[in-house]
Design a protein around this ligand. Sequence first.
Ligand SMILES: Cc1cc2nc3c(=O)[nH]c(=O)nc-3n(C[C@H](O)[C@H](O)[C@H](O)COP(=O)(O)O)c2cc1C
Length: 406
Amino acid sequence: MTIEFYSRLPLHGETQFIPGDSRNRGDWNRSLAESTGAASRFDIGDDFTYIDYLSQVARAAELNGFAGALLVNAPFGEEPWIASSILARETKRLRFVNAFHPFHFSPWQATQMAASFQRSSGGRLIWNIIQGGSDALQNALGDVLPHDDRYVRASEFLDVVKGFWANESFHYAGKYYEANGMGLRGPLRKAQIPLICSAGASDAAKDLAAKHSDYYLMLAEDPDVVATHIADVRKRAEAYGRADHIRFGLSVDVILRETDEQAFAEAKRFFDEGVRAGTVQMTAERSEHLSDTNKARYKRYNDREVNGFEDLFLGPNLWGGFGYIGIPPGFAFVGGYDSVERKIREFAALGISMFFINGYPHLEEIYRLGEHVLPRFRQEETPAAANDLQPIPLVHGPGLEARGAR
Ligand SMILES: Cc1cc2nc3c(=O)[nH]c(=O)nc-3n(C[C@H](O)[C@H](O)[C@H](O)COP(=O)(O)O)c2cc1C
């Protein structure tokens, strides 16, 4: 199986120190006056702003052989469609995996925007369809649908997008969306529909992926848990005749150095920064209110469970420290070049073919990965496999009929 490496772009600031620390690049810092470069003054002619830093990261990613980059959508970060549209003209072949909520777009608007993006970028757009982490956050944005209903809406959204893409005159009557004869026409019709990624451990999230996604994405954690998710989603995909089609991606942080010892020293630096900034203690206190599963990750600080960075290893070279000190998503491969290669192969053996991997600062870790780890996998790629990212044809699974595609 070919492994594809994707980077991540830091759309809400760099965190080589704890979030909010003025030494971080960008202007997500507590003290704007102390921001280090790459901060906008909102003047026409601003010389270098944060997008220039993102551009440096994106170009470093493609120079170093990454196939693309993940752009997360957080309300307090740069918006992925806008950032990627700008960066597409500053890069040559990097793919952009843009996260967006169906709630924020109509299916037609998303279809037309994606077709334009594909035409002007050489087909470098990939979608990560997200539903929002919590009801509270969605409510704050004005989306009042409960969790599972958001996935039903997303499923219809993708029915309609795929319908618009495949037909010049598409008709659909669902609970949330209708289409009455629209579809891509003219030159836009020649564009390829973006590959679709989605994530989420809930039943609703897995069902959406089973029906619609080319890639189901997970965060790195205990390999047994990842294997269970993969088996579950594959099984659900059977109902749509897609068990052999759906593929799997993993997002994981990294601290990569020449040796394990050097990487562990950097993990310790992060952890100690967290202790100094109080984020370790805060996470530990909050963990008292988490579910049992999450509690296992965020253990007590200074109570024999977590006294130092070394207590946050879940297994060899798999470190849970970043989430713990306030830099989500969470688990990281921490180690020397050989150890990180081994971790990648371990997860690849579970069925992961797309790795979203990066560390902090993104720019420096991209170079380390690009120079010391990615080449170890390059000879295993075949030219055909590297280009075989074809979206799946529109699947007329049970959901589509049931929801009234006509
Ligand atoms: C690799 C990956 C990337 C994600 N990117 C985003 C994102 O950019 N924005 C977001 O709000 N949620 C993001 N998520 C969260 C998921 O889309 C999903 O909302 C979350 O896992 C909760 O799903 P559930 O409640 O259905 O289990 C991401 C998850 C993964 C694994």
